[in-house]
Design a protein. Structure first.
Length: 255
């Protein structure tokens, strides 16, 4: 029994260090000895997925789900395997199944929200808010949830409140974690300033960020200021990178 415990500890150590090939070898050694355990199978499937051995991982995940159709972790890890493949649609499908089994798992909620914000053109405010509200019930101080809340407020037009939350998140990074805030926070702050009509403040923020997203938003400001030539150039340059292009600007190319 001690040998098995030591073997499991070795698997855990290699998994923590992301030595997935070693995890695969060590897990298979226990399985060949006749040890059958859902945790062991999950670890093996994850290690295979991380090595891009997706067909092998899929087979194990399907077996786990068939054996225990109410096991949250199997659906959750299967969803993460699809994320590793860049298949967000199937990842979302299995994250939702995991959430239906355990609606109080914050990591599952966050995983669903991360996918939903990747394509804001398909944004469904009621579905998004329901998940967000559930997450906030679990941890209303979680910075990532607060960031998602600010995105929700921006998508629904409440830029004043979104700006307040973004300022709070910037403060958390600078004054509490002593870290530079991520660029997306500054971008969101700039968008709030833009939509609140504070064009000089917004332009200053976007110039500091210096990305295609920033160029796009500077283009929006210039188009609103009727600087059509430069505005259209910046709009077109940045449009390819933004998650949710603003509507109503498509015809400026005809001016």
């Amino acid at each position: 029994m001690d040998n098995i415990h030591n073997h499991v500890a070795l698997i855990e150590q290699n998994f923590a260090n992301q030595h997935y090939k070693n995890v695969e070898i060590l897990s298979n050694q226990l399985i060949l000895k006749g040890i059958q355990d859902p945790w062991l199978s999950n670890v093996l499937a994850i290690s295979l997925s991380k090595q891009k051995k997706f067909s092998q991982a899929k087979k194990i995940f399907q077996q786990l789900i068939d054996i225990s159709p109410e096991d949250h972790d199997s659906y959750f890890n299967f969803a993460k395997s699809f994320l590793d493949q860049g298949d967000n649609d199937n990842a979302l499908k299995y994250f939702r199944k995991a959430h239906s089994i355990n609606s109080n798992n914050l990591q599952t909620i966050l995983s669903i929200l991360r996918i939903l914000v990747e394509n804001l053109n398909r944004f469904n405010s009621s579905n998004f808010y329901d998940l967000l509200e559930k997450g906030m019930d679990i941890d209303d101080k979680n910075p990532e949830l607060l960031s998602f809340y600010s995105i929700y407020l921006m998508q629904t037009g409440n830029y004043e409140k979104a700006n307040f939350i973004v300022d709070h998140l910037v403060d958390l990074h600078v004054n509490h974690a002593n870290k530079e805030p991520p660029a997306n926070l500054y971008l969101n702050k700039g968008v709030c300033a833009l939509e609140l009509g504070k064009y000089d403040e917004a332009r200053q923020i976007f110039n500091k960020v210096g990305s295609h997203d920033a160029d796009y938003n500077i283009g929006i400001i210039e188009l609103r200021e009727r600087k059509f030539k430069q505005g259209w150039l910046n709009y077109e340059k940045g449009k390819v990178s933004v998650r949710s292009p603003r509507k109503g600007y498509e015809k400026f190319q005809n001016l």
